[in-house]
Design a protein around this ligand. Structure first.
Ligand code: ADP
Ligand code: ZN
Length: 297
């Protein structure tokens, strides 16, 4: 049976049809406008390309708790047209198939865990460094969540003593996202990240902040691998800088090889490139289909 996937981002929506092996058969990319403009195109795509179930990875914050009344809604996003939009319900009512719903980073984490850089492990964490910063964690095939999905991009980090940048997070100012997202880089240095490729100090400072976050994720969760994706991670030289700073921050406290000679296999780029999210949606869709079978006996 064919499966569907929706990667709902702040700037674009990707819809795809694929297989349970993670292969993409059809794909459509459209800009993210208002729900009234964008959602009918999504529904039309899946009416023309029928699937058995769909997995959605959405920008957030979103409600991911199946027991909550607003489950499947987008919550108080700065993209005002989408605030409180009942995303899951709208798609479900139009297509009448099982729909699974999670964050964009959780979907990407699941994609990487199943078919990418996390394949064969029992846990991994996926971080995106793009317009925002977010992360998702998979343990034993399950997406880690509690009251809601994690918000690992908004952790508090130690400011570099020579960095006076005020930060861009509208809620916390100088949290990780406020100091190290793509827009933070652009505002601090006055140029887009891609134009700053040769400026060593830009990437040293970026690694200084990302490494701190990785140390926190490591200490709290001990995932077997940390995968870094998102636009900013296209500066591939940043991986070595992050690995070095993580090692220095951990010092000799942790003895496992991942934190010493094996660090280049602990902090890695995505195995699926920028398809992690859309492939993860297929994995979610498969879960949704299996759950619907087990519910209907
Ligand atoms: P989004 O987060 O919106 O889904 P991306 O992951 O592509 O999209 O992130 C966009 C951000 O990443 C922008 O702030 C952009 O300036 C930055 N970015 C994209 N490509 C690069 C690059 N090659 N080098 C540095 N920064 C980049
Ligand atoms: Zn924040």
């Amino acid at each position: 049976m064919k499966l569907g996937s929706i990667e709902a981002g702040g700037t674009k929506f990707v819809c795809a049809v694929g297989t349970e092996d993670g292969d993409i058969l059809e794909r459509m990319t459209i800009p993210t406008e208002t729900p009234e403009e964008t959602i009918p195109k999504v529904i039309q795509f899946f009416k023309q390309n029928p699937v058995g179930a769909i997995g959605i990875g959405s920008f957030g914050p979103i409600s991911v708790k199946k027991t909550d009344a607003n489950y499947g809604n987008i919550l108080n996003t700065p993209k005002l047209a989408w605030a409180n939009f009942p995303f899951l319900k709208t798609i479900e009512e139009a297509l009448q198939i099982p729909i699974e719903f999670t964050t964009d980073v959780n979907a990407a984490a699941l994609g990487e865990y199943t078919f990418g850089a996390g394949q064969g492990l029992s846990s991994c964490l996926y971080i995106t460094i793009g317009t925002g910063i977010g992360a998702g964690a998979i343990f034993g095939g399950e997406i880690l969540e509690g009251i809601s999905h994690p918000e690992m991009g908004h952790v508090i980090i130690r400011r570099h003593p020579e960095d006076n940048f005020e930060g861009v997070c509208p809620y916390h100012r100088d949290c990780l996202e406020g100091m190290a997202s793509g827009p933070a880089i652009e505002k601090r240095w006055g140029k887009k990240g891609i134009e700053l490729a040769e400026r060593k100090e830009v990437w040293e400072l970026e690694a200084y902040y990302i490494a701190q976050a990785i140390v926190q994720y490591t200490m709290i969760l001990m995932p077997e691998r940390i995968i870094i994706g998102g636009g900013v991670s296209n500066q591939t030289h940043i991986f070595t800088l992050i690995q070095k700073q993580v090692k220095e921050l951990l010092n000799i406290y942790l003895s496992q090889s991942q934190f010493h000679e094996g660090i280049s296999e602990y902090i890695v780029p995505p195995g699926l490139g920028n398809h992690a999210g859309i492939v993860g949606g297929l994995v979610l869709a498969k879960k949704g289909l299996e759950e619907s079978y087990s519910c209907s006996g």
